[in-house]
Design a protein around this ligand. Structure first.
Ligand code: DX5
Ligand code: ZN
Length: 222
């Protein structure tokens, strides 16, 4: 399978959100990545339901919602109602992960689980078949524009092997510091979905940046 690109709207211009949503619609990117932060699980507050509702009115591609919040179970039905396609919660924010993943699927969404850089992929082995997507954080969650943590390459390979052993076809998503310098290597390591904030919206030509991150030819990598 070729990989998917999910631009993170955290790096969009919030005063021109519709313009930036339309840019993603017109681009070769596949999903919208929406980062919800509560100022408790992570040291930053981003946006919540009203903004996602506004984005959903214009978005023509699936919404990949990444919850960086404590007690995400409280909001599962709310995000289903907002039209989330994938709902990703953090393993570190859940006490009963199996129950939470089941509730997300029950609500009609793909169940995603995110791991902070320090969290071992082995902690997902016993729920591997209950997961549709694993989001490996390649930065400490909370902010866009941070440096990619190199250990993520090895972690991606470990996760890929573990999922295969367990018979899971969950997608592997990489989030944080992704750009042309590491994208091809991540896909070769087993990544299925690349999240990209700054490397798309911070580019002089975001459409071209998205195209380059979709068509990762060895000769094209910088
Ligand atoms: C970080 C968020 C990321 C962020 C990525 O906590 O989960 O999705 O927007 O931004 P870049 O691509 O700029 O690192
Ligand atoms: Zn994210």
């Amino acid at each position: 399978m070729s990989h998917l690109l999910a631009p993170s709207l955290l790096a969009a211009d919030f005063a021109n959100l519709q313009r930036d949503v339309e840019m993603v619609n017109a681009s070769e990117a596949h999903w919208f990545h929406l980062d919800v932060m509560d100022g408790v699980f992570v040291p930053n507050i981003s946006f919540g339901m009203p903004v996602i509702s506004a984005i959903a009115k214009h978005a023509a591609k699936p919404l990949d919602v990444h919850l960086m919040i404590v007690d995400p179970d409280r909001y599962i039905s709310t995000f289903a109602g907002l039209g989330a396609h994938v709902l990703t919660v953090h393993l570190e924010a859940c006490t009963h992960v199996h129950r939470t993943l089941g509730a997300i699927r029950e609500a009609g969404m793909k169940a995603g689980i995110a791991l902070n850089p320090h969290t071992s992929v082995e902690l997902l082995r016993d729920v591997a078949l209950d997961i549709d997507l694993v989001c490996l954080m390649s930065v400490n969650p909370g902010f866009g524009g941070q440096s990619f943590i190199e250990r993520t390459f090895q972690k991606t390979r470990q996760l890929k092997a573990m999922l295969r052993e367990e018979g899971s076809d969950a997608l592997i998503e990489i989030d944080g510091g992704v750009g042309m310098a590491n994208a091809l290597q991540l896909v070769e390591a087993g990544a299925d979905v690349l999240v990209a904030g700054s490397s798309v919206f911070g580019a002089s030509d975001p459409m071209a940046a998205a195209r380059d991150l979709v068509h990762l030819e060895p000769a094209n990598s910088r």
